[in-house]
Design a binder for this molecule. Structure first.
Ligand SMILES: [Cu+2]
Length: 124
């Protein structure tokens, strides 16, 4: 291998390793936990068009159910159904508004998503 080729190779490897291997997720991640506050972060503010993803690393089944799904005449914006351990649930976007949600299996588990039409999302 010529020195010039070696240098080119090292530069290439250096550039590749400088590249972010795991890009920051393009979604807002919410982690389910077995203890309070159960949904982490419990309160999230995002802009419309921004996806959200719940992850269930616990050993139990949970749901992510918009409170509107429980009341007649209310809009049901999202309902994960049973999320198994290691399961995930994602929604691509929500219209502007406030979305309280809970776990149907453990109704003490509650969180809220606030969706704004602002272009700059903020995470509480
Ligand atoms: Cu639960």
């Amino acid at each position: 291998m010529t020195p010039r080729l070696l240098i080119a190779l090292l530069l290439t490897v250096g550039l590749l390793s400088a590249w972010p291997t795991a890009a920051t997720p393009p979604y807002t991640a919410i982690t389910i936990e077995s203890a309070a506050p159960y949904f982490v972060p419990k309160s999230v503010t995002i802009s419309t068009g921004s996806p959200i993803k719940w992850e269930n690393p616990t050993g139990s089944e949970h749901t992510v159910t918009h409170a509107g799904c429980l009341e007649d005449g209310e809009h049901c914006a999202f309902d994960s159904g049973l999320m198994l351990p290691s399961g995930t649930f994602a929604i691509p976007e929500l219209a502007p508004g406030r979305y309280p949600y809970l776990c149907l299996i453990h109704p003490i588990m509650r969180g809220v998503i606030t969706v704004t039409d602002a272009f700059t999302p903020s995470h509480l």
